[in-house]
Ligand binder design. Structure first.
Ligand SMILES: CC(C)(COP(=O)(O)OP(=O)(O)OC[C@H]1O[C@@H](n2cnc3c(N)ncnc32)[C@H](O)[C@@H]1OP(=O)(O)O)[C@@H](O)C(=O)NCCC(=O)NCCS
Length: 169
């Protein structure tokens, strides 16, 4: 594991299956504070990317967090984290970090040397979290300060600005 911090004790970490999709897609808009996220999580993520993805589950079976990640088809030295989230009632208890520890281990085992992720620059908790688990923010040509963080304006289309995170494994 990449981190010396221990996992939340009452959680089980397991691979997602296709059967998890309906429940998790039903959580994401609320977990992103009302942003419309569910269109970013079609079933295909639970069919074709489960080997580098994880679910954290509480004793009572409730989902406490999840991460969906993959290895780049174009450059297998690059891993990419599509989505990561923790239950809003359980934040700051190490779930996100524990999920990332597992993804980093998966990706390293496949020869990945660099991990990337993006976020909306106004999502300050995501920026702080990614920095805390070892990502750096891409800056320099093409970026500008948006909400206090170097970011690419219109990165994902008009009005969809993004911070790009990079972490070497
Ligand atoms: C971002 C997110 C996944 C973090 O999950 P989490 O389980 O709360 O994170 P952790 O408890 O593992 O936090 C690890 C470290 O990240 C940093 N961090 C996490 N949340 C933070 C916040 N809101 N403000 C400042 N720092 C934060 C801290 O350094 C923290 O360590 P500490 O609690 O010992 O100080 C969670 O806030 C979330 O689900 N947000 C909504 C979804 C989202 O925006 N996902 C990311 C974009 S895809």
């Amino acid at each position: 594991m990449a981190s010396a911090v221990s996992d939340p004790v009452d959680l089980v970490f397991r691979r997602p299956t296709e059967a998890d999709h309906r429940r998790i897609v039903g959580l994401v808009d609320e977990w992103w504070s009302g942003r419309r996220m569910r269109a970013l999580l079609p079933r295909l993520w639970f069919q074709h990317f489960t080997g580098t993805s994880w679910i954290a589950e509480a004793d009572d079976g409730r989902t406490a967090g999840f991460v969906v990640a993959f290895i780049s088809q174009d450059d297998p030295t690059i891993g990419y984290v599509h989505m990561i989230a923790a239950d809003p009632n359980r934040r700051r208890s190490g779930i996100g970090r524990a999920l990332y520890d597992r993804v980093f281990a998966d990706l390293s085992a496949h020869g990945v040397t660099r991990v990337k992720a993006i976020t909306w620059p106004g999502n300050r908790q995501s920026v702080a979290f990614h920095r805390s688990v070892g990502f750096r923010v891409e800056e320099g040509p093409g970026t500008q300060n948006l909400y206090g963080t170097p970011a690419y304006a219109d990165y994902d289309g008009d009005g969809d600005d993004r911070v790009v995170f990079v972490r070497d494994l």
